[in-house]
Design a protein around this ligand. Structure first.
Ligand code: GAL
Length: 988
């Protein structure tokens, strides 16, 4: 501490003073005093507003507020008004002028006080005070004695309190500064939040530290165990299952045939350290060996494939303060969705999360609390990563990462941090890790150009072509031949891809195919697990809930909804993106081959055979179940494929459907479900599935048009349909009032249309072409003896490019004619220069109603688009218009049901039936596209009394352009001559 300026620690680059050396997080039976709960709190506006004597034990704080510890102070008061400051969101930019290590003098500072009682018998003379997370810098006084200060928001800091702690009343005072020199190292893409946001405790001091080293030799099946213990006295190790009892922890113990730890079989051996002083420390030991073999990432001698996600710690009400229940929810949801890996982006998580990864089985890339991205806009000028003045801070963060989490078998890779450029401090951090822990690999994406100090070649957001080139070892060389040789020998990881912002991401299966084709590609991590929306409510008389994003708290600089880019919505409901990812990364791939009357099962697991799965078949005729049963599939080893002939029951069910069925599509489905409960899901939970079209529908003849269209009184009547004679609009069908249909090419822009991290967003070309303001000009309405022809032209003001459209309406006299099926054939012909893709191509119409029942036969049950359609299956589904809206935090195009064959939309006044020819995409909503596009939050969406239908021939793909590539060429919707058809009828 600087005597002249007691607050100098805020801006100096030192990681802290007075702290104990970092060590492992572990449980012990020595007494601990939890200091979580309500603390006295005052928020000072800055260093000029501090409370002079606040650390004095007898300072009267009774007038101060109470604030929960742990918590983020800006989250207090939510979902109403924040009580202290407000959350602020930026991705790259620092929310203050960049002048390292200086931060604004207007530096909100939380003054915390807490009295606590030390009971008799508590070993006050040998105790530590532990802070598991304080954002961003803090100083601590116990009973008026200054213990020290610390930085590193998401690392653990401990102080020796032996001299200051006493039995009975104690007073702890902590000053927490929102900004500090440390803020320059903590520029992660997330909300800026402050406070004591993880637990605080006082713990008796016994064993200082230990390092469990447990390796597995796959050639012999032997495990080797050694535990380095640092303790003031001796300690003995027991692992009853391994026959180790009261032994020297140092070993090493070579154990024949241990069961190794893996994500799929997270075998943990329970052990214990008992110190000579009687302290007991439980251990959970997992044997595993991580190695790069011939450029392939292996664990326990076998390649692994990371099917991962990037996980920030987030809760919509409490910010970065999480309960253990929330952590359990995350881990179980990951496991239930076939996810096997997590990168703790971009800081060490609450240590309890890693216990759960050990227990349930997830490969972990454990990342340091480091990001200096805000220096990139100035070309990394003054970047701390390459400035010797910051070296100690880098090494301190790195040591605190490794030391705290070194005993977790789930952690297979240390990641130095994220987006911090390159430099000597990163190299030094990597070198420090290498000498401390040679059992794990080192990752840091920012070093991709040379990979000089890492063990994995890692990139983010590259396209599939580049990924495939890397897979083949054909990437462009690095500047330095030695680096190039080194990098070429490394396994590759996509540390971020599939940007899950808004509707999407599209194209995940293309990545997965490339990953599975090349052993060098060790898989990757989707960006990201969870939307960081903040729960708010409107101030109306009847408040409505919504999730806030950047800018909603009046931030001066912010990055809007870029903070809502997860596979889970903020309340942890899976988005369609997560459901898609689960399907794309199935560890068991089933193939149904109707032609060969076979199924095959390909096992993509690392070590698990398929014996933990039950296989079941079912047959549906036009969506109606007509048979199902169990399927015997011989146990399939990892890497193997088993092919099974259809059993007689399947053949019989299909024959029956063929002979006496509906004449419609008959689909055969096979699912693989858990035989027994796992720690993360119950028996019956589905892991994988496949479908095959076993019987194609009988082709139905198109009825020849029979009814004449008759004009009278400004209307044209065609069978059950009535049109406006001037606009050609269908205004009535049977008893149902309708509006439309009209050709429609616009979608409420999705985030992947609006943003492009690497170039011009798609929306620019669309707006330039005027696609959002197309005018529908009716050129002619011509009734004839066989129907009605409406000719129109869709074009934007100022543009000569147009889409000509001919709506040909007819009513057939086939078997259905009595039901009055109205047939529409739409012929679309581009006219002029069309260089932009179309957002969608289809027709829009509406009918009265606030909500409706929707039943359909087609793909479902969820939302799907052309490049995100692996998770949907052919079936008969039922839902409602309101339930078919996907609540993206920022409203945008959503909810499409893909390849619908037939649908019925039933409102209070009647039923509209639709039939695709053969399929049509269906979007239904209680508001218009314009209202959807105009809404900033979910609560802005209010029904307008009509049900809006979009019947689309096709959509432009979703892609991942908000941060990554746009849709691949095959998913671009070009303006080309197109004909599509749909039939309408009514019921009731
Ligand atoms: C990456 C970054 C992430 C996040 C993502 C975009 O560049 O590492 O933290 O910002 O882009 O959402």
């Amino acid at each position: 501490m600087n005597d002249l300026d007691p607050n100098a620690y805020v801006e100096d680059r030192s990681p802290g003073t007075g702290r104990l050396r970092p060590r492992a997080a572990f449980a012990s039976d020595l007494p601990t005093l939890a200091l979580d709960g309500d603390w006295r709190f005052r928020l000072a506006s800055g260093l000029d507003d501090l409370t002079g004597d606040f650390s004095a034990p007898h300072f009267d704080d009774t007038a101060w507020d109470l604030l929960a510890v742990p918590s983020c102070w800006q989250m207090s008061g939510l979902p109403g008004e924040p009580r202290y400051g407000a959350p602020a969101y930026t991705n790259i930019a620092y929310p203050f002028p960049v002048d390292p290590p200086r931060v604004p003098r207007q530096n909100p500072t939380g003054e915390y006080r807490r009295e606590f009682n030390v009971p008799d018998g508590f070993p006050a003379s040998a105790a530590v005070l532990r802070f598991e997370g304080v954002d961003s810098a803090f100083a601590v006084w116990l009973n008026g004695v200054r213990l020290g200060d610390g930085k590193g928001s998401r690392v653990t800091t401990e102080f020796d309190v032996s001299a200051a702690l006493r039995p009975g009343r104690n007073v702890l005072a902590v000053r927490v500064h929102q900004w500090s020199s440390g803020s320059y190292l903590e520029d992660q893409d997330m909300w800026w939040l402050s406070g004591i946001f993880r637990s605080v405790s006082v713990a008796a001091r016994g064993v200082e530290d230990f390092f469990v080293r447990a390796t597995f030799d796959h050639t012999t099946g032997q495990g080797t165990l050694a535990v380095d213990v640092t303790a003031p006295c001796g300690a003995l190790l027991s692992v009853p299952e391994l026959g180790i009892s009261g032994a020297d922890p140092a070993g090493p113990y070579v154990i024949d045939s241990v069961e190794p730890w893996s994500d799929e079989q997270p075998r943990l051996y329970a052990g214990e350290l008992v110190s000579d002083a009687g302290e007991r420390i439980p251990l959970r030991i997992g044997f595993r060996t991580v190695a790069v073999v011939d450029g392939v990432l292996t664990v326990n001698g076998r390649p692994i494939s990371l099917r991962g996600v990037n996980r920030h710690e987030w809760h919509p009400l409490t910010g970065r303060t999480l309960t253990e229940d929330t952590m359990v929810t995350d881990v179980l949801l990951m496991k239930q969705h076939n996810i096997n890996a997590v990168r703790t982006s971009h800081y060490p998580p609450d240590h309890r999360f890693l216990d759960l990864c050990d227990e349930h089985g997830l490969w972990v890339f454990c990342e340091g609390d480091l990001e200096t991205h805000g220096f990139e806009p100035d070309n990394w000028h003054r970047n701390p990563s390459n400035d010797p003045a910051w070296r100690e801070a880098y090494l301190d963060r790195t040591a605190r990462l490794v030391e705290r989490d070194k005993n977790h078998p789930s952690v297979i890779v240390w990641s130095l941090g994220n987006e911090s450029g390159t430099g000597a401090n990163l190299a030094a951090a990597a070198a420090w890790i290498r000498q401390r822990d040679d059992s794990r690999l080192i990752h840091y994406e920012g070093d991709f150009a040379s990979c000089a100090y890492v063990d994995l070649y890692s990139r983010m957001y590259i396209g599939v072509d580049e990924l495939a080139a890397i897979g083949r070892g054909q990437e462009a060389p690095t500047a330095d031949p030695a680096d190039d040789a080194h990098r070429r020998a490394l396994p590759f990881v996509l540390c971020e891809y599939g940007h899950a912002m808004g509707t999407g991401p599209g194209g995940l299966s293309e990545y997965q195919q490339v990953i599975e084709a090349h052993p060098r590609l060790a898989g990757g991590f989707i960006w990201e697990w969870l939307d960081h929306g903040i729960a708010r409510r409107t101030e109306d008389q009847e408040p409505r809930a919504f999730y806030a994003y950047g800018g909603d708290f009046g931030e001066e600089v912010h990055d809007g909804a870029f903070v809502a880019d997860g596979l889970l919505f903020p309340d942890r409901t899976p988005s369609p993106g997560l459901v898609e990812y689960k399907k794309v990364i199935e560890p068991i791939r089933i193939h149904v081959d109707p032609a060969a009357r076979q199924f095959s099962v390909h096992n993509l697991h690392h070590v698990r055979d398929s014996g933990y799965l039950d296989f079941r078949w079912s047959v549906e005729d036009r969506g109606d179940p007509v048979g199902s049963g169990d399927l015997k599939v011989p146990t399939t080893a990892p890497g193997a494929t088993t092919t099974v002939e259809w059993p007689a029951e399947v053949a019989a069910a299909l024959d029956a459907a063929r002979e006496n069925g509906s004449g419609g599509e008959v689909w055969l489905s096979v699912t693989a479900v858990l035989v027994a409960d796992e720690s993360w899901a119950g028996a019956g939970h589905e892991i994988a599935w496949a479908q095959g079209l076993a019987v194609a529908p009988a082709s139905c003849s198109v009825p020849s048009p029979s009814a004449p269209a008759l004009a009278h009184d400004g209307h044209v009547t065609l069978g059950p349909a009535q049109f406006d004679a001037r606009s050609g609009e269908l205004i009535r069908l049977g008893g149902l009032e309708l509006g439309g249909p009209r050709l429609d090419i616009w979608r409420a822009p999705i985030d992947n249309d609006l943003l492009n991290a690497f170039g011009e967003p798609q929306i620019t070309a669309w707006l330039d072409a005027g696609l959002h303001r197309m005018r529908h000009e009716v050129l002619s309405v011509e009734p004839d003896t066989q129907g009605l022809t409406v000719t129109a032209r869709l074009a934007a003001a100022g543009s000569s490019a147009a889409l000509g459209v001919v709506y040909r309406w007819s009513v057939g006299d086939g078997p259905d004619a009595g039901q009055g099926r109205l047939r529409l054939e739409c012929t679309v012909t581009p006219d002029g220069a069309w260089s932009v893709p179309l957002p969608r191509l289809g027709i829009a119409l509406s009918l009265p109603g606030t909500d409706a029942e929707v039943e359909w036969f087609g793909l479902g049950p969820g939302e799907a688009y052309r490049d995100s359609r692996n998770a949907v299956r052919v079936g008969r589904y039922r839902s409602t218009v309101s339930a078919m809206q996907t609540p993206y935090v920022r409203p945008q195009e959503n909810g499409n049901r893909h390849q619908v064959r037939r649908a019925e939309i039933t409102t209070a006044v009647g039923t509209l039936r639709l039939t695709g020819d053969p399929v049509i995409d269906l979007t239904v909503r209680p508001w218009s596209t314009a209202a959807l596009a105009a809404a900033a939050h979910q609560h802005d969406l209010v029904g307008d009394g009509r049900i809006h239908l979009h019947l689309d021939h096709a959509h432009h793909g979703l892609g991942s352009a908000s941060c990554g590539p746009g849709p691949s060429a095959s998913d671009v919707l070009a303006a080309v001559p197109t004909v599509f058809r749909v039939e309408f009828s009514t019921g009731r």
